[in-house]
Ligand binder design. Structure first.
Ligand code: URA
Length: 433
C-alpha cells in the first residue's frame, strides 16, 4: 500500500477501506509517512468528506494509536461527557457530583486550558491541595466507592490525534466535521467510556456558528458512537456569550458551587441538569429524561448535591471548606470595572474575546508551559439582553498583574451596546440521539 494512492482515491471522493485508513494513520504516527502527505490527505477529507464507515475507521485508528484506559474493574455503565469548547464552561464541575450522587459511575479524564478556553483540571487545581494525578488503583477505587474521580489526560492517549491536530492547526483543516468528530470521539472511547453525552456548543463563541453545522457535527458523533457500540447523546447548547457570569479558574469553581447549592444562573443550571439527566438515563439510573431531571433538581434543592462536591474535593486531597467559604479560593490584588460607554441594551458579548481577555489577565496560557494565575478572571455583571446606563459597570476584571491594558482593550471590544433589544435565544437548541 502507498500513501499517494490513498490520497489519490480520496481526491476523487472514493471511499476508503478500514485497512487504507489504518495504514495512513499508523504510518503517520510512526513517522513513516511525512507531514506533506498527511497534509494533502487532510485537505482531501476537508473537501470531499467521509462516509459513516470511514469516520468510524478513522476514529478506531486514532483510538488504536495509543493506550486505552481499562475501566472494566469499575462496576456499572461508565458515562462520560464532553464539551466541544466554550468560555466560562464549568458544566463538568457541576455534572460530576450530580451524576455520581445518582449512583452512576463517572471516571473522568479532563484537559487543561490552552488559548482562550479554560480546562476543568486547571479549575480544580485552584482548590488548595486538589490532586488531579491519581494512581490507577486510587482512580478505580474512588469510582467504585464514591462513584466519581477526575484526573488529567494520560500522555499516550490517542497520539495520532495529537499529532494530526497540530498539523490541522497549521494547514487550515480544523473546521472539518469528519476530522472534529473523530478527534473528539476517539479521546472519549480511548478513555474507557461505555456511554457518552456531548455538549455541542453553537454560536459566535463556538466552532459551529449555525444550527445546521452543529446538528451535522452532533449527528456525525452520535453515528460514530452507534458504529462503535457506545450509546451517545448530543445536546446542542448556546455559546453566543460566555456561560454564567464568571470566567477564570477560582471564579468558575465559585460559580459551580453556587449552581450545586441552588443559587446558580439559569443558563448553567438548565444546561448542567439537562446534560446530567441524559448521563443518568444512559447510565441506567432512571428510565426517562423527565424523571431524571426532576430527581437531580431535588438533589440540588435538598443540599445533597453540594455535599457530593465536598466529598469529591475531600477524596482528592483538596480543602472542602472552600465550598462553605469560597473566599478561601485564590483571589486577585487588582480589580478594574469596565463601564458602559452609552445607554442601551447589551446586544453582543464576543465569547472568544472574553476568553482572550481572561487569558491576558493570567487566567489562561498563551503557550502550554505558561503558569496560571488561579485568582485572575472576569465577572460579567451584564449579559446579552440586559439594559445598561452610561457609566454603569458591565464587567469587572481581576488580576495579580500590574499591567493589563491589552486585557481591558480586548474586553471593551467584546461588548456591543445597542438601542435595539436583542431577541432572546434558547439555552438548548436540540437533542440528537
Ligand atoms: N476538539 C477536539 O478535541 N478536536 C477537534 O478537532 C476539535 C475540538
Amino acid at each position: 500500500m502507498r500513501a499517494v494512492d490513498i490520497i489519490e482515491k480520496k481526491k476523487h471522493a472514493e471511499s476508503l477501506s478500514k485497512e487504507e485508513i489504518e495504514f495512513i494513520i499508523s504510518g503517520y504516527t510512526k513517522d513513516e509517512i511525512p507531514d506533506y502527505q498527511m497534509s494533502a490527505f487532510l485537505m482531501t477529507i476537508y473537501f470531499n468528506g467521509m462516509n459513516e464507515d470511514e469516520i468510524a475507521y478513522l476514529t478506531e485508528s486514532f483510538v488504536n494509536s495509543g493506550d486505552q484506559v481499562d475501566l472494566s474493574p469499575i462496576k456499572g455503565i461508565k458515562v462520560d461527557k464532553h464539551s466541544t469548547g466554550g468560555v466560562g464552561d464549568k458544566i463538568s464541575l457541576i455534572v460530576l457530583p450530580l451524576v455520581a450522587g445518582a449512583g452512576v459511575p463517572v471516571a473522568k479524564m479532563s484537559g487543561r486550558g490552552l488559548g482562550h478556553t479554560g480546562g476543568t483540571i486547571d479549575k480544580l487545581e485552584s482548590i488548595e491541595g486538589f490532586r488531579t494525578e491519581l494512581t490507577s488503583e486510587e482512580f478505580i477505587n474512588n469510582v467504585n466507592k464514591y462513584k466519581m474521580a477526575i484526573v488529567g489526560q494520560t500522555a499516550n492517549l490517542t497520539p495520532a490525534d495529537k499529532k494530526i491536530y497540530a498539523l490541522r492547526d497549521v494547514t487550515s483543516t480544523i473546521d472539518s466535521i469528519p476530522l472534529i468528530a473523530s478527534s473528539i470521539m476517539s479521546k472519549k472511547i480511548a478513555s474507557g467510556a461505555d456511554a457518552i453525552v456531548l455538549d455541542v456548543k453553537m454560536g459566535s463563541g463556538a466552532f459551529m456558528k449555525t444550527i445546521e453545522e452543529a446538528e451535522k457535527l452532533a449527528k456525525t458523533m452520535v453515528g460514530i458512537g452507534k458504529n462503535l457500540n457506545r450509546n451517545t447523546v448530543a445536546v446542542i447548547t448556546n455559546m453566543d456569550q460566555p456561560l454564567g457570569n464568571q470566567v477564570g479558574n477560582s471564579n468558575e469553581v465559585k460559580e459551580a458551587i453556587k449552581v450545586l447549592a441552588g443559587n446558580g444562573s439559569e443558563d448553567e443550571t438548565t444546561i448542567a441538569l439537562t446534560i446530567a439527566s441524559h448521563m443518568c438515563v444512559l447510565g441506567g439510573a432512571f428510565d426517562d429524561f423527565d424523571t431524571a431531571y426532576k430527581s437531580l433538581k431535588e438533589t440540588i434543592d435538598s443540599g445533597k448535591a453540594i455535599e457530593k462536591l465536598k466529598e469529591l474535593i475531600l477524596i482528592q486531597g483538596g480543602n472542602p471548606e472552600v465550598v462553605d467559604n469560597p473566599d478561601l479560593l485564590p483571589g486577585a490584588k487588582n480589580s478594574y470595572d469596565v463601564l458602559a460607554e452609552k445607554d442601551g441594551y447589551v446586544f453582543e458579548i464576543d465569547a472568544e474575546s472574553v476568553g482572550i481577555s481572561a487569558m491576558l489577565l493570567g487566567a489562561g496560557r498563551r503557550t502550554k508551559d505558561d503558569k496560571i494565575d488561579y485568582g485572575a478572571g472576569i465577572t460579567l455583571k451584564k449579559k446579552i439582553g440586559d439594559s445598561v446606563k452610561k457609566g454603569e459597570t458591565i464587567c469587572t476584571l481581576m488580576t495579580n498583574l500590574d499591567e493589563y491594558d491589552d486585557a481591558i482593550e480586548r474586553i471593551q471590544k467584546a461588548y456591543v451596546i445597542s438601542n435595539e433589544k436583542p431577541k432572546t435565544k434558547p439555552y438548548i437548541y436540540n437533542i440528537i440521539k
